[in-house]
Design a protein around this ligand. Sequence first.
Ligand SMILES: [Zn+2]
Length: 75
Amino acid sequence: MIILIVAIGLRNFIKPSREQGTRYECINCKYIYNPKVGNEVAGIKPHTEFEDLPEEWTCPVCGKNKEDFRPHKDN
Ligand SMILES: [Zn+2]
């Protein structure tokens, strides 16, 4: 019982730290991937987290791959 409570407490503690809706910026062309919008041209539906994008996804502006994106925080 105590283990269960600790496990639930730990889950609730970890969950908020896993950021949802983080935007990613292409370091090459400054394109910003917004997970709330997705990338419909490339078949990426809205609410697709950057981490969940297929590995073959590339920047729709300059064609760089995911490795050339960095988290973008301005709020
Ligand atoms: Zn780019």
